[in-house]
Design a protein around this ligand. Structure first.
Ligand code: OOG
Ligand code: MG
Length: 268
């Protein structure tokens, strides 16, 4: 599964798809899978579309403030029926403070995910980036909750369509306590996801590719295919540990991270 290589879309088709998918995100409307219209689309085409959406936002003045990996746990792969990790980017307006409010009128069908985030202090470049490189380049780790919102009807997509849709990214909340990666066993770090006071999912860090740092290494290696890298000071979410949980207006969520505090948000 290469993020580069053969392309099937013309430049005009790629630009039009980026505009279409981004409009669905900004105006919160559902669209059919893009592979319905373009069944031969490749991963390279899909990442071209995603990078064009990123360029459009930056040209409008939005800062890209982080990166994310998705579909890195079996729980997520099984839930979505796809089996390859993917990446996306985080734009400035995605960030919601801990204890804050998420306005669902701007979203289609949001779900939340419990994640571990890394912040780097040195660049990470693939190919061949491994967990040792990642731990050496990590400034700190910190809990994160991602809010995802596929622009596709009923969250039904394939790999190509979800990559073009920036891996369903829409909002995230970071908080709790930061820690040195060396002080925490990220494999056995437990998470408990609560919605309206009821436990809905539990998991541990090892669900993410055996160790969440592997997810960061994979990100560096995927970026290298497009001659990109992870700069120092990058915030990276490593992917949902458990299946994602649907939320609706009126819901309160809390995710507890073993030894690292908790993150809460309210959906209105
Ligand atoms: C794709 C995004 C997955 C994760 O953490 O696995 C993701 C989706 O499930 O809509 O963000
Ligand atoms: Mg996620």
């Amino acid at each position: 599964m290469s993020t580069v290589g053969e392309r099937t879309l013309s430049r005009e088709q790629m630009l039009a798809l980026a505009e279409h998918i981004e409009a669905a995100e900004l105006e919160a409307f559902e669209i059919p899978k893009v592979t319905g219209q373009y069944p031969d689309m490749t991963f390279a085409d899909a990442y071209d579309v995603q990078w064009e959406i990123r360029r459009r936002k930056e040209a409008r003045g939005n800062k890209t403030i982080g990166l994310k990996m998705g579909l890195t746990s079996w729980a997520k792969m099984a839930q979505m029926g796809v089996e390859v990790p993917i990446y996306g980017f985080l734009s400035d307006y995605f960030s919601v403070p801990d204890g804050g409010v998420v306005d669902t009128s701007k979203l289609i069908h949001p779900k939340i995910e419990a994640e571990i985030a890394f912040v780097t202090k040195a660049p990470l470049k693939g190919p061949g980036c491994h967990i040792g490189d990642v731990l050496a380049a990590t400034d700190f780790i910190i809990p994160a909750v991602e809010v995802i919102d596929s622009r596709y009807q009923n969250f039904q997509f394939d790999m190509i369509s979800v990559v073009a849709d920036n891996a369903s990214s829409t909002r995230f909340i970071t908080g709790g306590q930061m820690a040195n990666a060396a002080d925490v066993d990220l494999r056995t770090l437990g998470v408990v996801v609560e919605r309206n006071g009821e436990i809905v999912e539990v998991g541990a860090g090892a669900a993410v590719l055996g160790h969440p740092a592997s997810s960061v290494a994979m990100l560096a290696n995927l970026l290298a295919e497009r001659d990109q890298y992870i700069p120092a000071g990058t915030f990276i979410m490593t992917g949902g540990i458990t299946a994602a949980i649907a939320v609706k207006p009126g819901d309160n969520i809390t995710v507890r991270y073993q030894g690292l505090g908790s993150i809460s948000a309210r959906f209105v």
